[in-house]
Design a protein around this ligand. Structure first.
Ligand code: ZN
Length: 207
């Protein structure tokens, strides 16, 4: 699969916004990552910088847009596939950038900052609402979520991106992380799960 644009939604779960001391957004908070930040969670070792402060894991549902999105779209028509992803964030760098009023790109768009599993056929919004997604580290659940806790639902997120940036076949959207974000460390193994199914995994190497 080839991807065009990588859009991401910040602060889309209230408990996550609260854990970082952020206010709830009144409209979707959108940023993007370069496609070079994408890396497959296929069990491999992935390298991250060791000297740029904390790197936080953010587990997210990733939607694949398989059709041009027009004004009157249905989510279940335009989203054809989905995956799980981890939006890696250089948290200390981000805090510094925020203070200076600078863009987040360095904190969010670095190499390997967008981990993603293989995509599978989108089961529909209703089916997603019935499923828990989770991130395990060394066999222990550290993040779990359900789309019913989203501040902006799939339709609102897609509508906002379509209106402001355009959305077309090949674009993907990281839809925001539930609470439980925290730092990664060298040697740790992460598994991304949809219900009971492991959809992808990776091992962290820092240097
Ligand atoms: Zn995120």
């Amino acid at each position: 699969m080839r991807f065009s644009n990588v859009f991401c939604i910040g602060r889309n779960y209230a408990n996550h916004a609260a854990e970082l001391g952020n206010e709830l957004p009144s409209m979707p908070m959108v940023f993007s990552k370069p496609t070079h930040s994408l890396v497959r969670a296929d069990g491999k070792v992935i390298t991250y910088p060791a000297n740029m402060g904390d790197i936080h894991h953010e587990l997210e549902i990733v939607l694949y847009i398989g059709k041009h999105v027009s004004e009157k779209f249905q989510v279940d028509d335009v989203v054809t596939k989905m995956a799980l992803g981890v939006d890696l964030t250089l948290r200390d760098v981000q805090t510094d950038l925020k203070k200076k009023g600078h863009p987040w790109l360095l904190a969010k768009g670095f190499k390997n900052a967008a981990v993603v599993t293989d995509f599978w056929d989108f089961p529909g919004t209703a089916a997603c609402a019935d499923e828990i997604f989770s991130l395990e580290r060394g066999g222990k659940v550290i993040q779990k979520g359900n789309i019913q806790s989203m501040i902006f639902n799939f339709h609102e997120v897609i509508d906002y991106i379509q209106k402001n940036f355009g959305l077309n076949e090949g674009d993907i959207i990281y839809t925001g992380t539930p609470e439980g974000v925290g730092p990664i460390a060298d040697g740790e193994k992460y598994e991304l799960k949809w219900g009971e199914k492991v959809k992808g995994s990776f091992v962290v190497k820092q240097r």
